[in-house]
Design a protein. Structure first.
Lengths: 168, 410
């Protein structure tokens, strides 16, 4: 079982696939939830304060906009903890996004330069492409240490039994 | 309650969302987010035509489109993106233009850092709220009765006494203790007029010390300087009808305000660098050992190209000017270079954020420095710059004008 970083880091679909295969998804929601639950801080909507962009200096210099550093203060530790990564390129809003192209560039670069297994796929634009992407992700997750969880009888994100898919 | 639509990128991740809301709330306004669905984002983005890579900027564009198309009906719009983000700055300006060209909704823009606090946003939110709620006051074109305007600025405190549409007394002193300085300036304004405090029908206060003065003197009008200066400028320059731009290069911050029929509809305010303020010229005159009143005429005689000035910084820039003098450069060239430096920096940092509408009315103490006025005109391609009489008392004149009709002391 390994910790798998995902990009977009708030993609529920990617997190779900990783969990199904017995790995731990490093998803943004968990980090944000922790911040929101902190009763000490009152800075809605996500309890990010002035300190967070300053903490983001670990990943980006002061000349980088505060919004990028603020995002990196949350995404950066996830990248640090990653033992594997799945990057979906060109995903639309609904799949998950952090809203900032510069953050995307920096985060993806940080994941690529880590010496970990990385799967990069392009967001599909039809159903066949979607199945192919899901299969690629599943194969990748299986190839990771402790992967290949038994999902017999379980269904994929499209509602089809995983065992029936051509790629398996 | 005044509703201000927030059209922004990065505010939540910079930790300043709450500061924006706090600033709005202080002036009786609430921040709203134009609601839009996912399909509309793509539709609006395609229609707008700017290929932004960041999805939050696409969202900004869609929110702006929903305002222009009347799906969301705010009273004012606050547009903000991260400081130093090139893509954000481009979208911020295009979205501002788009809203201004297609609606009459007042807009203010801002580029923020994680250090941005509600206090910095107060004046912008107050001006936005004022433009919406006090439209009738801002429409006032004539001063009536006997009114006193007090402007407590960062460097100087000004007082103006007006009677039946005429300035009858002025006072000016450097700002130390806010109340004592206001009393000194007011005493100077009363001098020779035969009037005293008790005769005044209404008092209006503006500037940094407006709340303190307003409370102490029981002012009928306590108003931020963006609205007040804009009103005072168009009144004095006799440009109350039609469009104009008001430029005030102050001791600590600069204001650029566009005005339509006497009502401000866009403004920008900067205060990040002392090198772009009147303080730079004040220091230059000291280094040149000339009175600040002599700096302008001296600069007019000089050629800024002949003086080395490699930095906009108030420390290193002044050092450059000293080096020029040491190398045998003339005082006039140095004075011209200082004026050019301030003007160029104001242009780069602020004037570009605004669609300059002629005439340009330059006000504030620095408008008396003729070399600076000339430099501003040159920087803007030779446009005519009007410096009205009493331009150095602009805030006090605006306050005395706007409070007219509000006073009920007698």
């Amino acid at each position: 079982m390994v910790k798998v970083a995902i990009y977009p880091p708030n993609s529920l679909i990617l997190a779900d696939l990783i969990e199904r295969k017995g790995h731990t998804p490093l998803a943004l929601q968990k980090q944000i939830r922790q911040k929101i639950k902190d009763p000490e801080i009152d800075s809605p909507p996500m309890n990010i304060t002035e300190e967070d962009p300053i903490n983001g200096l670990k990943y980006a210099a002061i000349e980088v906009p505060s919004g990028v550093r603020g995002r990196m203060s949350i995404i950066g530790p996830l990248i640090d903890a990653a033992e594997a990564a799945i990057i979906v390129d060109g995903a639309p809003f609904g799949f998950g996004c952090v809203g900032c192209a510069r953050t995307n560039e920096l985060s993806i670069f940080c994941l690529r330069k880590k010496d970990i297994p990385v799967l990069e796929v392009v967001y599909p634009d039809d159903e066949d492409g979607t199945r192919l992407m899901v299969n690629q992700i599943m194969d990748f997750l299986d190839s990771l240490p402790g992967g290949g969880g038994d999902l017999e009888g379980d269904s994929d994100v499209l509602g089809e039994p995983i065992a029936n898919k051509g790629g398996k | 309650m005044v509703q201000i639509a927030l059209v922004s990128c990065g505010t939540e991740y910079s930790g300043i969302q709450k500061e924006i809301e706090k600033a709005a709330l202080k002036f009786g306004a609430e921040i709203i987010l134009p609601e839009i669905d996912l399909d509309y984002i793509n539709e609006a983005y395609e229609k707008f035509g700017f290929s932004a890579q960041s999805s939050s900027l696409k969202l900004m564009i869609a929110r702006a489109m929903s305002i222009v198309e009347g799906k969301c009906k705010p009273d004012a719009v606050f547009i903000a993106t991260c400081f130093r983000c090139a893509e954000g700055a481009l979208v911020r300006n295009e979205v501002r233009r788009f809203i201004q060209n297609n609606t009459r909704i007042p807009v203010v823009t801002y580029s923020f850092t994680e250090r941005t606090k509600a206090d910095e946003l107060f004046i912008r939110m107050e001006a936005l709220a004022t433009t919406v709620t006090r439209r009738s006051i801002l429409a006032r074109e004539k001063q009536e009765g006997l009114t006193l305007g007090l402007d407590s600025g960062s460097t100087t405190t000004k007082a103006v006494l007006m009677e039946n549409n005429k300035v009858i007394g002025t006072g000016w002193t450097s700002t130390k203790d806010i109340i004592a300085s206001a009393q000194t300036a007011a005493a100077e304004a009363f001098e020779g007029t035969g009037y005293k405090w008790d005769d005044v029908e209404g008092i209006g206060t503006t500037g940094y010390g407006r709340f303190t003065m307003g409370q102490e003197f029981g002012a009928e009008l306590i108003q931020e300087e963006l609205s007040v200066n804009a009103k005072g400028a168009v009144y004095l320059a006799d440009c109350q009808k039609g469009e104009a731009t008001v430029l005030d290069i102050g001791g600590m911050d600069n204001k650029v305000i566009t005005v339509n029929n006497g009502i401000p509809d866009n403004f920008t305010m900067g205060g990040i660098c002392a090198g772009a303020s009147g303080r730079f010229l004040d220091m230059t005159s000291r280094r040149l050992d000339v009175d600040i009143t002599e700096l302008g005429p001296l600069a007019v005689q000089g050629d800024w190209r002949k003086a080395m000035l490699n930095s906009y910084c108030i420390v290193f820039g002044i050092q450059d000017l000293v080096t020029t003098l040491a190398a045998g450069g003339s005082k006039a060239d140095v004075a011209a270079a200082a004026c050019h430096s301030v003007s160029e920096q104001v242009y780069e940092q602020q004037l570009q954020e605004i669609d300059i509408r002629e005439p340009l009315i330059q006000v504030g103490g620095t408008s008396l420095i003729s070399g600076l006025v000339e430099a501003v005109s040159e920087t803007l391609g030779g446009i005519e710059v009007i410096v009205p009489e009493y331009s150095q008392h602009i805030g006090a004149v605006g306050a005395a004008l706007l409070v007219s009709g509000m006073g009920n002391r007698h």
